[in-house]
Every structure is written in C-alpha cells, then in structure tokens.
Write a protein that binds this ligand. Structure first.
Ligand code: ZN
Length: 464
C-alpha cells in the first residue's frame, strides 16, 4: 500500500538553495508587526477547522519558536495578510486566479497538518493522492530558511495538488532530471503556478508587508517562474549591472545607456554571491553575519539564505575568514576556501567532497565569464597567482581542472549582464570584455567599485 501511495506523492522541492526562507521569530512576517500572541477567539476559529489545535485554543496562544508555533504563525499569515486592489500582470507572473482568500482555499482542501521527521533532501512538504486531506510538513519547512510567508505559499501549493495537479520530472533547465520539480507550463495552473502567483501577489499587493519581504517575494516569484516549468513562464524584465562602492552605496549601471542611478545603502562591505535571483552578502568584517541583501534600502530579513550560510554564521571569525567565495547553483554548491573547495554535487544527498587547490596554490575568487547560470555545471576559479581553473560537479563528480579561459588582465569579479560581459579589477575599475579583450567602462564611480552583480528588474513589480 505504501509503495502505491508513494507514486502519487506530490511535493514541493527546494534543493536547499532553491526556494525560500526564516523561522523562530515568525512574528516579523505577520505583516502587521503586532502581537507575538494569537487571541483565543482567533485560535478557536483556526481549531474549528484544524481540530489538532484544540488544545492550544483554550487561551491566547503565544509563539514560542516550536514547530507547532511555526504552523500557527503560517496559518495566521494566510488569514491576516491583506491585499490592495489586484490587477493581472501583462506577462505570466500573476493572473489572480488563486488570489481571493488563501485561508478559504486552503481549508477547502486540507484538514490536517502533520510534521514529519524524515523527508528526502530538498523536500519541504507533501500531500498524497486518494482524497487524503492531510498536508505533511518536512523539517526543512521549519528551519530558519523558511518564514511564515514562505510556508503559506507552500501550503497553497500543496492544497492545489488536492485538485489533481501532479508534477513532472524536469527535462531541462536548472532542475533537469529532478523528479517532481517541474510543471509543464504555468498557464496550466498547477501547483508551481500557485507558488509563482502567491509570491507575486505578496510582492506587489500585500499591505503592510515589510519591504525586504516584498523584495524577497519578487525574487522568489521570478525564480519559480524561471526554473519550475518545462516551458519557462513569460516574465517581462530588464537586466542591469549592480555596483557597490567603498562608500557602501549601491548603484545601478544601465548597460544599454551607460548611465548610473544611485540606489540604497549596503549594511556592510563584503563579497556578494548569487543564489538565483537573490543576493547574499558575506561581510568583510567577520564579526558580522552573512545574509540576504537588497539594493534599495528595503532593510533586512532574519531568514537564512541557505544552509551554507547558516553554517557560516555559526563559525568563529577565524573560521569565517577561510571562506573566500561561494558558488550556489541549482543542483550543486562549492564552498571555496583558501586552500580547498568543498563540493556538494548531489542535490539528493548531503554528501560533500573536499578537493585541494592544485599545486599548493590558494584561491582568490570565482569568475563567471559565461554569466551566473543556475544550470551550469562549471564555474571559474582564479588563484592568488592568477592561475585559472574550472571547478565542476559535472556528472555529480567534483573536479578542479586547469581552465582554457584566458583573460588579458586580473579580475576579482566577472559577470554577464544583458548579454555583455563585465569585469571588476582589484583597483575598483569596471571593464567590458569582448572576446577576451578588456575595454574600460568609464563612470563617475571609477576606482571606488568594490562589488558588481547582475540584477534583474521585473516590469510587473516596477509599474503601478
Ligand atoms: Zn508540489
């Protein structure tokens, strides 16, 4: 019986780095900024449908960081988040078809929430077929990588499965080969469409939601739109190059017009890494923690961007200083330390492989001359002496090999933005590369740039 049931297990996957995010102090995500307690009346309404919470409904319920507390705060997020007047996007990010009442939608399909101890790596929650109306939440959903906001999106995703929308195995793209990680197309309105729509709805229309959570939700909507469909969803966007200066100012460099627009402030100097659409700051000051960072003064969110960042933040400043760069792909990661790299090549396993940097060399930084690509299996490593290596998890096997890549000068960063390759030097100067040849990009920020990163903006979120 179990075997048969397993065939129709519908899960939402995240692959550690892919999806979402925070916990414990879930109150921060409630949107109204109020109350670390839920009123008795509210609890009784919840327990009317979810009888499992009857015990907690005899009095006001105060959040305590427990698993049950996280479930209740997620339910409260669904019940209490309000939205301004909603209009569909011109692209495929938001139709509004799941927008009316998340709570009513959810209780129309799910009667019991159950926390389970063991799930495959990357699985956040699941339901079974056969009319069972129980949603199972995996330990991952209750880690500091997930907020009540994320969990409410996951709850909506799972509820959609009850209507009979299974997933398929991705045949291409960042999630290629992962079972249950794709739907065919967003217009089918399956569970990943619900994921995109709920994040897009929060990002654009949620009232009183913290600006950083809105920015986070924008990115999350775009990530699923790009990665969870066999036919990628149509999303209207532009890509520019984000610059961070030594004065900790973010600027957007428009790669088409050569103009620079000042944005917000960074909380620290440091190295930023990409996790899909998200940016993660690893501060130079090793007493500070690494976290999501947003460029337009949106503020901070407490949730951890990745288990790798959770691990990093728990280290001593000396241990932290050993990490020089980090690659976060869709199915593999590489922690680049001074003298070695720790690869996690199998999205289904926590196993890692450590490889030494060849010839006793030391790592300097990663470069992305082909662009940061979540699906790519190779990134480029430069050593302190300027040697170039390809680091890879191709075939789920970790490797460091001498690279064919030739550059005409040393770079500390290299990314593609809108199809053009840009490099940053240790002197803070920006260059554009064309077939390996560097040409300076002259701006008023020359000599003061400490970090660059491609950044996409999405028409739906930019317009009113
Ligand atoms: Zn699913």
């Amino acid at each position: 019986m179990m075997k048969v049931i397993n065939k129709v297990l519908f899960a939402v996957l995240t692959f550690t780095f892919l999806s979402a995010a925070q916990a414990g102090d879930s109150v921060a995500t409630l949107g109204d900024g109020k109350a670390d307690c839920v009123s008795k009346a509210e609890m009784q309404t919840i327990a009317q449908h979810f009888s499992q919470f009857k015990e907690q409904a005899n009095a006001d319920y105060c959040y305590d960081g427990s698993h049950v507390s996280n479930l209740i705060s997620s339910i409260m997020f669904m019940r209490k988040t309000t939205f301004s007047k909603m209009t569909p996007s011109k692209d495929e990010l938001f139709t509004g078809r799941f927008a009316s009442s998340w709570w009513d939608y959810f209780i129309g399909r799910i009667d019991t929430l159950e926390i389970v101890d063991n799930c495959p790596k990357g699985v956040v929650a699941y339901v079974y077929g056969f009319g069972l109306r129980t949603m199972f939440a995996c330990p991952m959903a209750l880690t500091d990588q997930f907020s009540s906001l994320d969990r409410s999106s996951v709850f909506m995703h799972e509820a959609r499965h009850i209507d009979g929308y299974p997933h398929v195995t991705c045949s291409k793209g960042p999630r290629q080969g992962i079972q249950g990680a794709c739907d065919n197309r967003i217009s089918d309105g399956g569970s990943y469409a619900v994921t995109v729509e709920t994040y897009a709805q929060l990002a654009k229309f949620a009232e009183g939601l913290h600006p950083a959570l809105k920015a986070y939700s924008r990115n999350a909507a775009a990530i699923y739109a790009d990665e969870a469909f066999e036919t990628p969803a149509r999303v209207a966007r532009t890509e520019n190059l984000l610059l961070l200066t030594s004065a900790l100012d973010f600027h957007s460099y428009n790669v088409r017009t050569n103009s620079v627009e000042k944005l917000g402030k960074a909380y620290a100097a440091g190295h930023m890494v990409r996790r899909s659409q998200h940016m993660v700051m690893i501060p130079t000051d090793k007493n500070l923690k690494a976290q999501y960072i947003f460029a337009r003064n949106e503020g901070e969110i407490p949730q951890s961007p990745s288990d790798l960042i959770t691990e990093y933040n728990a280290q001593t400043p000396t241990e932290k200083a050993n990490l020089v760069d980090l690659h976060i792909g869709a199915q593999w990661t590489a922690r680049v330390y001074k003298n070695s790299i720790r690869f996690a090549c199998d999205p289904k396993s926590p196993a890692t492989t450590d490889l030494q940097i060849p010839n006793g060399q030391a790592s300097s930084n990663l470069l992305y001359p082909n662009g940061y690509d979540r699906a790519a299996m190779v990134a480029n490593l430069v050593t302190t002496t300027g040697e170039m290596y390809d680091i890879s998890c191709a075939g789920k096997t970790a490797s460091i090999k001498a690279s064919q890549l030739k550059l005409d000068q040393r770079y500390t960063r290299m990314y593609k933005a809108d199809g053009q390759v840009f490099g940053l030097t240790s002197t803070g100067n920006l260059y554009k590369l064309d077939v390996g040849r560097s040409a300076p990009v002259v701006t008023a920020l020359d000599g003061s740039i400490i970090e660059i990163m491609p950044q996409q903006s999405f028409e739906f979120f930019e317009t009113n």
